[in-house]
Design a protein around this ligand. Structure first.
Ligand SMILES: Nc1ncnc2c1ncn2[C@@H]1O[C@H](COP(=O)(O)OP(=O)(O)OP(=O)(O)O)[C@@H](O)[C@H]1O
Ligand SMILES: [Mg+2]
Length: 463
């Protein structure tokens, strides 16, 4: 059972709290700073619940004393209704949360239990990070093969298994998936494991060039083949001979080049632009696209025969939002990477920041996550990376561990309930402004008085 220290100068409150909590926690009681300090120093306290006002003492001092311990307890501050500023200050100093008086005992118990869970999450996170640090060190020695592809979700395990299986073959591979899901990483991995060590990996971005330029980029040209072709040029196919040619954004190539590419793939020969003597090439082709080639075939924008040629083996990269378990793993790897790159110590993410990362939908997938972590590493001047270090678009999503945000999450039956929606918007505005009602009212486009009335209405309707 976890130990809990309850600090309150009023005996009735102390007793009520003890009664309500002693079934779930092993409780200690203190009435002032001195008693609290005694317990904190002599006992192993897992959780601290302290009132802000303790007669002539301040709960802030209890909090500070607790936080200076080698293994500080998870701390909750009790404050009088309305003193949000102090509560925010307590959180800034390191308190896990605050509860307002008059106390709702069930809520207090729930928060304490949640605090215990979050602490174990945070520890787990730190362990993961430590493992990752050593993993990254070994990786620095060999940033090679499957090592570069981070992910332990079932979907990514499948991708990894497929890669291992098909890498050593000569077969053409088509990698499909949303932008930022790691298609290029997969292409490199396939090359690394292809059993053609030391051979070239040549990449062409098919979207970056006009049709004519793309054709000569891929197949090369003879001198005088077209205006401006003042010299013979060796194309990418020939450059990649013996190795891998990566055709990125294959969905963007025009019909004429599609025909030439089909020939190159089926006959394993190419012709330079302006020449009709075929050149033999031994190249493994990997193509990638974030469009649906099947759909493009259907609409007549992509040749069906070429599609089948390319898609001998297909790999589909799952979006990040469908494999949440990879988010923490990837974040930790990026934390280490950017800490090293910026010459900074490696700092863990707080539980709150982690839950933000887990609830966000990541339309830009892994690339977007990587940028977000880089941002946090650069912005943080604390020991941990917290919500406000993340890019702004991330600091507004809904659930975190606070009671305020419990109001932010709508029950399914409230989805279309106007006043529930209104209350949620109000709570979000308050969160965004750290509870400052004047600023929140401004944000909401209503007067401060209206905001106050709406908050009162909500609290009476709850009782
Ligand atoms: N599984 C992964 N492990 C480690 N890093 C990853 C992983 N997936 C993606 N990344 C990183 O995310 C970024 C985007 O990956 P990548 O360029 O491979 O995506 P993509 O699918 O090719 O995107 P686009 O369609 O926009 O070209 C890169 O910095 C890459 O290193
Ligand atoms: Mg790419």
């Amino acid at each position: 059972m976890k130990t809990l220290l309850i600090v309150d100068d009023e005996k009735p409150t102390r007793d009520a709290l003890r009664m309500a909590l002693e079934e779930s926690f092993d409780c200690y009681i203190a009435a002032d700073l001195e008693q609290a300090t005694q317990v904190l120093k002599n006992e192993n306290v897992d959780l601290l619940l302290t009132d802000l006002r303790l007669g002539s003492d301040s709960g802030m001092d209890v909090l500070d004393t607790a936080l200076q311990l080698p293994t500080p307890p998870v701390s909750l501050m009790m404050t009088a209704y309305g003193s949000v500023d102090t509560a925010v200050e307590a959180m800034r100093r390191g308190a896990f949360h605050f509860v307002t008086k008059p106390l709702n005992l069930d809520e207090v118990e729930l928060l304490l239990k949640r605090a215990v869970r979050s602490r174990s999450l945070e520890t787990e996170n730190k362990q993961l990070l430590a493992e990752n640090t050593s993993l990254k060190e070994s990786k620095a020695r060999s940033n090679h093969g499957l090592d570069r592809l981070i992910g332990k979700s079932p979907q990514m395990e499948k991708v990894a298994a497929k890669i291992t299986q098909i890498a050593p073959t000569r077969a053409t591979v088509l990698i499909e998936g949303e932008s930022g899901t790691g298609k290029e990483v997969v292409a490199h991995t396939l090359h690394d494991l292809s059993g053609r060590p030391g051979e070239k990996f040549v990449a062409v971005n098919c979207a970056a060039l006009s049709p004519q330029l793309l054709e000569s980029e891929l197949f090369g040209h003879e001198k005088g083949a077209f205006t401006g072709a003042t010299q013979r040029r060796i194309g990418r196919f020939e450059q990649a001979n013996g190795g891998t040619l990566f055709l990125d954004e294959i969905g963007e190539i025009d019909q004429a080049t599609q025909v030439k590419l089909l020939r190159a793939l089926s006959e394993r020969t190419i012709e330079r632009v302006g020449s009709n003597s075929p050149v033999k090439v031994d190249v493994r082709v990997i193509a990638a696209t974030n469009r649906s080639l099947a759909q493009m075939v259907e609409s007549g924008d992509f040749r069906e025969d070429l599609y089948f040629r390319l898609n001998v083996l297909g790999i589909h990269m799952p979006p990040l939002r469908s494999r949440k378990e990879d988010i923490v793993l990837l974040s930790n790897a990026f934390l280490v990477e950017f800490a090293q790159e910026n010459n900074r110590p490696v700092k863990p993410l707080t539980e709150a920041a982690t839950s933000h990362l887990l609830t966000y939908a990541w339309p830009g997938n892994v690339r977007e996550l990587r940028t977000a972590i880089e941002h946090a590493v650069v912005m943080s001047n604390q020991d941990q990376l917290d919500i406000h270090h993340l890019p702004e678009f991330l600091s507004s999503p809904l659930p975190s561990t606070s009671t305020q945000s419990d109001k932010n999450t709508l029950a399914p039956e409230d989805e279309f309930n106007l006043s529930a929606l209104e209350q949620r918007t109000i709570q979000r505005a308050l969160q965004a402004t750290n509870g400052n009602r004047t600023k929140a009212a401004e944000l909401l486009g209503i007067s401060r008085r209206t905001l106050q009335r709406k908050l009162r209405d909500d609290s009476t309707s709850e009782n």
